[in-house]
Design a protein around this ligand. Structure first.
Ligand SMILES: C[S@@+](CC[C@H](N)C(=O)[O-])C[C@H]1O[C@@H](n2cnc3c(N)ncnc32)[C@H](O)[C@@H]1O
Length: 610
């Protein structure tokens, strides 16, 4: 492969490699995104020999060898008692193993042992069934049946008919085992349930407990409180406003992101690619090695929604690309799937472009539906654009065209792409999506990256009126200031005044191409400013025993080991803080030192959960 194109494909694209002269390609003359990508495709067309996505060094495929390597790594982790690591390695083996292969049966069987050790008995039972169904080696089947007996016993805590049956099944297969292993297992079966070490089940993630219930009282914007609405003004652009007084602690929104990806190879094997839940006994995609699912339902849903197209494309892109590019691809594929055909997609986009009202554009059938492409596409706004952006878009298009038959047949050369009508149309959409992601894509925890269209309509304040709680693909906002009817509601885009001074914050926002005009920037608040706010002491608390008591509890908690306390204690403390914030703001106004002392503690508690 040509050196230059190798750089392009490998780094797809953080190209600031001096061998590629970006400056010499002027896209300023282009009228639209389609023309910009055309210039990039013309630049790339000089390569006779484009990236070969059928090559095994570029695409990761199912492989018995790689599956066996992961099984070995899983065994090592298991022997050193690193149960979670061994589960992860066996899951990698599950995804690399060929469908119905002996490696797949082994991976499920071995993973059931690690899951048992984690205390995940239900998951272990599921894997045992899978291993037996595919065909586990006869000489170790007895161990699987014995494990089934142990799991059921651990769950039921008594000798049920199922436990007895599983023990009998294990005995039937004892003959096939070698003599040492047979003796060991026979002892366990003879003594059952004596000497069983039954662990406390592994606690699954806590942060989901922080996510409030989805508000269901805004018929126009599902997942959003009925106390808010969208507005537009020359000064603020689109923004969110309270239609009723809102108290601290009230839920503003709980919505799923339109698109979410985790771009860390290990996370592909820990979270379901469809619903994002932690997955311990996941199943693979039939074709690729990059995703893992809770079960067949999640696998089928993902396939219907976008994975049927993405499957081979992400295999080509993963490892070479940064997460923004994968999210750009996801947006494009989802838009295409929603429309069903290129003609319908073109028609949908034409209709959105014809609507001038910046708020109405976001709606589908009179509802702001965050699962529809219109809600994302209408986030588009003009921003500086470079040849590099066009090049990225051209390469995403090439990955799509060269690995799928979306354009009728696979298109592998850049020259052919320039001639194909629908490839040209999709090139423009890819570039527009690339710009939408550049400005609205949000990095989440654990290398995740997502876009939530409603969240993107809030303006920033470095003293936000809301707290963001993101749990994988779910985005929640909770009020942390009392907000009066008619007031604008703000989120934080990152740097808050408690952490950074005004210059630092405004410089940070330069890359988002705006000059922050929030109250904290206008008043030049920095990390110590809250110490200059008025303070009323706690005298009013003495007149209100309920609040006085909450303050006492909170002050004691503040002196304790916050990180070590139980999640339910933390949630109780958060509720006390909300109550105290409401009390202080209604008696003393805003801002005060007492309020910020509580806000700093609130941030610490939330951080300790996330
Ligand atoms: C994610 S969007 C927010 C919604 C946006 N107002 C709209 O009309 O779509 C971010 C853009 O809003 C504007 N914006 C948000 N917060 C701002 C602030 N504190 N000061 C000035 N402009 C802000 C900037 O133009 C920024 O690029």
């Amino acid at each position: 492969m040509d050196k230059e194109i190798e750089i392009i494909s490998r780094y797809n694209i953080r190209i600031n490699d001096s061998r590629i002269n970006m400056e010499s390609y002027d896209i300023s003359c282009a009228k639209n995104d389609e023309e910009r990508v055309k210039i990039a495709l013309q630049y790339l067309s000089r390569y006779e020999n484009p990236i070969d996505y059928s090559h095994k060094s570029i695409i990761q495929c199912k492989s018995a060898t790689i599956a066996s390597e992961h099984i070995e790594k899983g065994n090592k982790a298991y022997q050193s008692l690193s149960w979670r690591d061994s589960v992860c390695q066996y899951t990698k083996a599950v995804s690399y193993a060929e469908i119905s292969s002996k490696e797949l049966a082994r991976a499920y069987g071995n993973r059931s042992a690690a899951l048992y050790e984690c205390g995940l008995y239900d998951d272990s039972l599921i894997d045992i069934e899978r291993a037996l169904k595919i065909g586990y080696n006869d000489d170790i089947k007895a161990k699987l049946y014995a494990r089934r007996a142990k799991c059921i016993y651990a769950l039921e805590k008594k000798m049920t008919p199922e436990v007895i049956k599983a023990i009998a099944d294990a005995r039937k297969w004892l003959e096939k085992m070698n003599s040492i292993k047979k003796k060991l297992l026979m002892n366990i079966l003879d003594e059952f349930p004596k000497n069983l070490s039954i662990k406390k089940p592994l606690t699954k993630n806590n942060i989901s407990k922080l996510i409030p219930k989805i508000p269901n009282d805004n018929p126009k914007i599902p997942g959003v409180s009925g106390a808010i609405t969208l507005k537009y003004s020359q000064e603020h652009g689109r923004h969110v406003v309270a239609t009723k007084d809102i108290n601290v602690g009230e839920v503003i929104m709980v919505q799923k992101s339109y698109a979410y990806i985790h771009n860390n190879a290990d996370f592909y094997y820990k979270y379901c690619a469809n619903c994002c839940k932690d997955v311990f006994a996941g199943i693979p995609c039939h074709q690729c090695v990059n995703v893992i699912y809770c079960d067949e339902n999640c696998r089928d849903e993902d396939w219907r929604e976008y994975h049927d197209i993405e499957c081979s494309v992400i295999s080509a892109m993963i490892g070479n690309v940064i997460s923004q590019n994968l999210l750009t691809l996801r947006l494009t594929v989802k838009a295409y799937k929603e429309a069903g055909t290129f003609e319908k997609l073109q028609e949908n986009i034409r209709k959105i472009n014809e609507i001038n009202d910046p708020i109405l554009k976001l709606f589908t059938n009179d509802v702001f539906d965050p699962t529809k492409f219109a809600s994302v596409y209408s986030l588009w706004k003009t921003a500086t654009i470079s040849f590099q952006d066009a090049l990225i878009s051209a390469l995403i298009l090439h990955s799509l065209a060269a690995t799928t038959e979306i354009f009728g047949k696979k298109i592998t050369t850049f020259k052919q792409l320039l001639k194909n009508k629908w490839a040209k149309f999709m090139s423009g959409l890819i570039m527009t999506n690339h710009r939408i992601i550049s400005l609205n894509g949000t990095p989440g925890a654990a290398y995740s990256f997502y876009v939530n269209p409603f969240w993107c309509l809030f303006n920033n304040s470095c003293d936000p009126s809301t707290l963001s709680v993101n749990y994988k693909n779910v985005n929640a906002l909770i009020a942390v200031q009392r907000i009066k009817k008619g007031e604008q509601i703000f989120i934080t885009y990152g740097p808050e005044f408690l952490m950074f001074n005004t210059n630092e914050r405004r410089n940070h926002f330069k890359k988002c191409e705006f000059w922050c005009e929030c109250v904290a920037c206008i008043r030049n608040w920095g990390p110590d400013s809250h110490l200059t706010f008025p303070s009323y002491g706690v005298s009013d608390l003495l007149k209100n025993p309920e609040m006085g008591n909450k303050m006492l509890i909170i002050s004691n908690y503040n002196k304790s080991e916050i990180f070590l306390s139980d999640i339910d204690v933390k949630l109780k403390m958060i509720q006390h803080i909300y109550d105290l914030l409401n009390f202080f703001q209604s008696t003393h106004g805003y801002p005060t030192q007492e309020i910020f002392a509580l806000r700093i503690l609130l941030n610490r508690i939330v951080l300790s959960i996330c």
